[in-house]
Design a protein around this ligand. Structure first.
Ligand SMILES: [Ca+2]
Ligand SMILES: [Ca+2]
Ligand SMILES: [Ca+2]
Ligand SMILES: [Ca+2]
Length: 368
């Protein structure tokens, strides 16, 4: 095949905001197709690989052939790469992975990089999303929004949560089909950057809807992106943001080290301390500190109040006083809802932790 190496890559020319489409085939007898394109200015570039009948992957390469982005989903799932790129020459690589060949449709376009200055109400673009304000329980809905396949045609929404909340985002009355992607503003610059990664997703089509449904904290600014499925000719929908508040009782989010732990104060005989907060995808660790006034039996309890189950709770003592919880300084982990242990008077730390895919509003109690 003529397009099996970088030097013989098929030219796409200068990539611009007009959607470019190419259709071809990869498989056991023709593993790889290369395409070459150039950018006149710094741009947000979006490539999609769809209409697959077998597994194929999509890679974005710099001018020396080094991969700078990959989309490698399994099976017939469509691939997508979105990246902010400087002006210059780049390559796109389409690779067949399985024993069967597949036709594909490759589509690419740009949106001008840099973005606008924000604005209040928003117009639904990445740089100026529809601003829903702070969600404080109940529903906020919009009707008959539309979304396209390129980043410039996607719809973006921005919101905050007034409390830790059980959040549900659902599409309805869908014509065509598309995907929802939820992000948080990881670098806290008020803008959804291309470097920020998805924290949850859902979708909707004429025949089925899969809402986003998870617990998230009030510490974040959230962005939702709606992307039209490449296989759909339209994407029009109603969208509902529903929140049920699950308030915590900790004024600032606990960090993950002794120096940033939240101090619950001191515990005397007959006393009880309680912490309610969130751990999960956007905040994996909450570390608490307490001082036990008298040597005796201490009971720890945990409950998953909303969201995914199985928050891990581990008790530590900083035995060598180096402000680090070293291995060997764990006193034990809470298995089940309650557990008791005899402790000397002193300072202790309790860690609430979730893996980065689960989201939980938890409650933690310490009593003597
Ligand atoms: Ca950001
Ligand atoms: Ca937290
Ligand atoms: Ca935390
Ligand atoms: Ca230590």
């Amino acid at each position: 095949m003529a397009d099996n190496s970088l030097s013989s890559a098929r030219p796409l020319g200068v990539l611009g905001s007009k959607l470019l489409e190419r259709r071809d085939l990869v498989g056991p007898r023709d593993r790889t197709d290369f395409f070459k394109f150039s950018l006149k200015r710094s741009s947000d570039v979006n490539f999609q690989l769809s209409n697959l009948q077998a597994n194929a992957d999509l890679l974005l390469l710099n001018r020396s052939g080094k991969a700078i982005a990959r989309s490698q989903k399994g099976g017939k799932q469509a691939e997508q790469i979105t990246r902010q790129l400087q002006s210059g020459t780049y390559y796109v690589q389409v690779s067949g992975r399985g024993s069967k060949s597949t036709r594909y449709k490759l589509a690419g376009s740009t949106t001008a990089g840099g973005g606008g200055s924000g604005g209040s109400g928003g117009n639904g673009t990445r740089s100026n999303p529809f601003d829903l304000g702070t969600l404080n329980g109940g529903s906020v809905a919009r009707s008959r929004d539309t979304a396209g396949t390129s980043d410039a045609e996607n719809k973006f929404y921005k919101f905050r949560l007034g409390q830790i909340s059980d959040l549900s985002i659902a599409l309805s009355q869908v014509s065509g089909g598309g995907t929802m992607r939820l992000y948080n503003d990881t670098n806290r610059n008020g803008v959804l950057d291309f470097s920020e990664s998805t924290i949850d997703s859902g979708d909707g089509s004429v025949s089925s809807n899969r809402p986003i449904s998870a617990v998230f904290p009030s510490t974040e600014t959230y962005f939702l992106q709606v992307v039209r499925d490449f296989s759909a000719s339209t994407m029009q929908y109603d969208i509902t943001f529903n929140t049920t508040q699950v308030p915590g009782n900790i004024p600032t989010d606990p960090g993950s080290e002794p120096t940033t732990a939240f101090n619950l104060g001191s515990l005397s005989k007959g006393g009880r301390l309680e912490a309610k907060d969130y751990v999960g995808r956007v905040d994996e660790n909450d570390l608490y500190r307490f001082t036990l006034n008298e040597t005796g039996r201490v009971t720890f309890g945990k409950a998953d109040v909303a969201g995914d189950i199985n928050t891990n709770v581990t008790i530590y003592q900083d035995k060598n006083n180096n402000n680090i919880l070293d291995s060997g300084e764990s006193i034990g982990s809470l298995i089940g809802a309650n557990g008791s242990v005899d402790l000397q008077a002193g300072v202790y730390y309790v860690l609430a932790n979730q893996s980065n895919v689960s989201n939980t509003a938890y409650s933690l109690s310490i009593s003597s």
